[in-house]
Design a protein around this ligand. Structure first.
Ligand code: FAD
Length: 443
């Protein structure tokens, strides 16, 4: 048997700045460096600490001015030449194996499931806790820690609160510059934490803030992001299986990001169940002293204007009872019969997209893929056929009651109780029955 030749390790080199080419783009190279070896000069140019650089090339790839390159010592260069010669005629499988080795090494450096705790004025977004619920399951499957990432000003309380919903550790970046959400500041803080602690999975709410931050971070650290996931799981190779509707909701696609880390996903509010709150749970807070200089943040918040004057705005996602109407309602005036039932139940009126497109109801009432995702105790669908794009927004309701005159309507496939009949007779009869039941209870 022939002796196996010792494998020559391919030198990785070190990043080097090419003189006169840097355009001081805003420290992109520094933010992607996984080993923190890039300092910035006063002129905004990178100073690379060669002894720490691992030659991962991330800074080179992200540089918009091609101002960085890999450099090798003469000895490393000799080895590279030798390897290049040996590669000529080398079977393709062996070349692929070499590449796979370095990919596996890179993937192994990333560990942990992180959830971004979104907050406005210190008020947490409920979706963050929902994500900790699903994150706990993922972390258990991976055998890693579940961590929260909290950015803001005076946010220690939120770190503590995240422990009550399942986080074991909390990464806190706390400084006045993070008082109100601004993409540049939160982006820099998140990229800093990623570079330093290398999480394997990052989950964010598919809210205005979450969507904005997740997209910016994924672009900056050059990884994949799946938006609006409806299902999350782990495969046997530690990949995050991210399921979401695709092709207009006609199929459910499972997307994986198997060659880049971290794996990033956003999930809409109400898609994942709310975990139990454990009052006594505690964990470790890791305070990261990282404050972006205010002068580096180009966006300035001059005034926060709240749209509290709009009294007609209703948050259907927070409602416990929803009576929704579709094209079967025939006209906007007919929504009054749904309103009467919703009022008796202490709920709100929702709508299908057809009803919204027809101008019968405002867009903030739309349930479904391009509207809100809801998870009420009772969802009553009136004159709604049950298209997949509607179902993805309400199918996780505790109880679904469907009223439709077509017994073959797809809505009956997800309904807990189905009533085949004319909604104009059934809904007023239901309203009357609820009213009488309430009166009986009072008497
Ligand atoms: P129809 O499909 O026309 O159904 C009306 C139903 O009313 C029928 O089943 C009928 O039998 C019943 N009916 C009629 N009269 C009565 C009566 N008197 N009593 C009882 N029943 C009666 N849709 C959404 O809802 N939300 C979304 O977010 C959404 N996003 C979309 C995104 C994309 C990319 C696409 C392509 C589509 C999307 N849609 C969405 C549209 C969706 O495909 C359907 O067209 C829509 O949900 C149908 O609305 P509907 O059920 O009210 O109307």
């Amino acid at each position: 048997m022939a002796d196996a030749k010792p494998k020559i390790k391919k030198p990785r080199g070190r990043a080097r700045l090419l003189e006169g080419k840097c355009i001081a783009c805003g420290a992109r190279c520094q933010s992607v460096c996984p080993v923190d070896c890039v300092d910035m000069s006063d002129a905004g140019e990178p100073i690379i600490r060669g002894e720490k650089c691992i030659g991962c090339s991330k800074c080179i790839k992200i540089c918009p001015a091609a101002a960085l390159e890999l450099s090798f010592t003469p000895e490393e260069q000799r080895l590279l030449d030798e390897l290049a010669k040996a590669a000529v005629g080398k079977p393709q499988e062996e070349v692929a194996e070499d590449k796979a080795d370095s990919l596996t090494e890179m993937l192994q450096r990333y560990r942990g499931v992180w959830v971004f705790v979104e907050q406005t004025d210190g008020e947490p977004a409920r979706v963050s806790w929902e994500l900790l619920g699903v994150g706990k399951r993922l972390a258990q499957k991976l055998g890693v820690e579940l961590c929260s990432m909290v950015i803001g000003e005076n946010v220690e309380g939120l770190c503590q609160e995240s422990f009550r919903y399942g986080a074991q550790k909390s990464y806190r970046v706390d400084a006045p510059v993070y008082r109100t959400y601004r993409t540049e500041a939160y982006l820099a803080a998140t990229c800093h934490l990623i570079a330093r602690y290398k999480p394997e999975v990052i989950l964010m709410g598919a809210t205005g803030m979450g969507r904005d931050l997740a997209g910016a971070v994924a672009t900056r650290v050059a990884t994949g992001l799946t938006a609006d996931c409806t299902g999350l799981d782990i495969d046997d190779k530690r990949n995050l299986m991210q399921t979401r509707p695709a092709f207009g909701g006609n199929i459910m696609a499972t997307i994986m990001c198997d060659k880049f880390r971290p794996q990033m996903a956003t999930v809409r509010p109400n898609v994942m169940p709310m975990p139990e709150r454990d009052e006594k749970a505690t964990g470790a807070i890791l305070h990261e002293d990282f404050a972006v200089p205010e002068t580096d943040v180009l966006t300035k918040v001059l005034e926060i204007v709240r749209d509290s004057k709009d009294h007609s705005h209703v948050d259907i996602a927070a409602a416990e009872f929803i009576v929704s109407g579709g094209r079967g309602l025939m006209s906007p005036e007919n929504f009054a019969i749904l309103k009467a039932l919703a009022d008796e139940l202490g709920g709100v009126v929702g709508a299908s997209r057809s009803a919204v497109d027809a101008g019968w109801m405002p867009h903030d009432r739309q349930v479904g893929q391009t509207g809100r995702t809801v998870r009420p105790k009772i969802y009553i669908a009136c004159g709604i056929s049950g298209a997949i794009q509607h179902l993805v927004g309400m199918q996780d309701s505790d109880i679904i009651i469907a009223i439709n005159r077509d017994r073959n309507a797809p809505i009956f496939e997800v309904a807990t109780y189905g009533i085949v009949g004319d909604l104009f007779k059934v809904v007023p009869a239901l309203t009357q029955a609820v009213r009488e039941a309430k009166q009986r209870r009072k008497a």
